[in-house]
Design a binder for this molecule. Structure first.
Ligand code: GDP
Length: 374
């Protein structure tokens, strides 16, 4: 009885302290320390600045603030997006004064080696401020983001006037591309006069890059005579210039053959809207040959399109494209994230599959449902 009472007595405290459990005792503990240091938020590096502080840092060309602002652009948190949009608004009037160069080519073509060589030339010989951005919507899946590997562009990353940023990894191609497009704006506001956008040449990302650059450069390799195979005609058509990379050592002769093949192929395309005839150059990113010529080609192109008015025409077309692209994407996102639509979607899909209603009637039903509520 007594024993029971003792147990009862301890029931609401520590059962282990009951005389039954000889040799065990639990002391009165101390309160848990707070997991989060309350001062961290105010003093920590990651804390948010005010919009004015970000903008001021960007205008001063402060790379650390610029990097933090890019992180906000890339974030999907609505609080971050709100700040990012305010920063962008303030930066827009100070953007636009750069040469935007898109570089594409299949993995292994030597893009990052080439960008490093070109970048070092631009920063050292031409006193440029260079930002290197990337679009690789696959980077989240592969975890092997292009530019994400720290060993790439090692020399360039250590240079003061170069800002290198890997591809935003979250989301659809449209979402990733929009973040890069916005990053261009704040890089320009930070005084970067040359922006390189790298893409992996394996998907749709070339079109997205083409829609945000002034000059589109395709990096190719000399091969076994079938160089033109495997390159989508559309990508060749988009190119303002082609560089046959790795034209070094025993590869020089083959590269010359590839050069004339590409030149001939380009002749078959209709004249570009810019009136510019794409050039085909040889280069070796490893030996740093053809780098100066590549930049000379870009500068000649920019002069050419400034003179004939195409430069501004293209920039305006791109601005329009991004407006409509953003509207399309946001409407689509809102539609698919709408709870009523989510509930109805599978059911409608099944009706279509069971041939109870047509695809069009199914789509119409869902669209009507969505639009009747807004
Ligand atoms: P990316 O996947 O297109 O970015 O290609 P990388 O720049 O990573 O280069 C792929 C491989 O080609 C690496 O092993 C480079 O060292 C090599 N490479 C790049 N450029 C040249 C070049 O001009 N000549 C030679 N011989 N090799 C090169």
């Amino acid at each position: 009885m007594q024993k029971n009472r003792t147990v009862m007595h301890y029931q609401h405290e520590h059962l282990e302290n009951s005389p039954e459990f000889v040799g065990l005792s639990v002391n009165q503990g101390t309160a848990n320390a707070p997991v989060i240091n309350p001062y961290l938020k105010r003093t920590g590096k990651k804390s948010l600045l005010s919009v004015a502080q970000y903008v001021d840092g960007i205008f001063r060309g402060d790379i650390s603030v610029l990097g933090q602002a890019v992180t906000l652009i890339e974030s999907s948190l609505s609080i971050h997006q709100e700040i990012a949009q305010s920063i962008l608004e303030k930066c827009l009037p100070h953007a636009g004064n750069s040469i935007r160069l898109g570089i594409t080519g299949v993995p292994g073509a030597g893009k990052s080696t080439f960008i490093e060589a070109l970048g070092m030339y631009l920063v050292r010989q031409k006193s440029k401020k260079l930002a290197v951005l990337a679009i690789d919507p696959s980077s989240e899946r592969t975890k092997g983001s292009i530019l994400g590997d720290k060993t790439r562009m090692e020399e360039l990353s250590a240079v003061q006037n170069a800002f290198i940023r890997p591809s935003p990894s979250a989301g659809s191609l449209g979402g990733v591309a929009q973040k890069t497009r916005e990053t261009i704006v704040i890089c320009e506001a930070a005084g970067f006069d040359t922006i390189i956008i790298e893409t992996v040449g394996v998907g749709q990302s070339e079109t997205a890059v083409h829609s945000m650059v002034d000059f589109f450069l395709l990096i190719q390799l000399a091969g076994t005579g079938d160089e033109l195979q495997g390159i989508k005609r559309g990508i060749m058509e988009m190119a303002d210039g082609i560089v046959i990379n790795k034209a070094d050592g025993g590869n020089i002769e083959k590269s010359r053959v590839a050069q004339s093949l590409f030149k001939n192929a380009l002749h078959l395309f209709p004249q570009a809207e810019s009136q510019w005839t794409a050039e085909v150059l040889l280069a070796s990113a490893k030996d740093k040959t053809g780098i100066e010529q590549t930049w000379d080609m870009v500068e000649r192109y920019i002069d050419f399109v400034h003179t004939n008015g195409y430069f501004m025409h293209k920039r305006n077309e791109q601005a329009k494209y991004w407006m409509y692209e953003t509207i399309d994407r946001q409407i689509k996102n809102k539609f698919y994230n709408n709870q009523q639509i989510k509930d109805l979607l599978k059911q409608t899909e099944n009706q279509v599959l069971a041939q109870k209603i047509s695809s069009f009637a199914g789509a119409q039903k869902l669209l009507d449902k969505y639009f009747e509520n807004i």
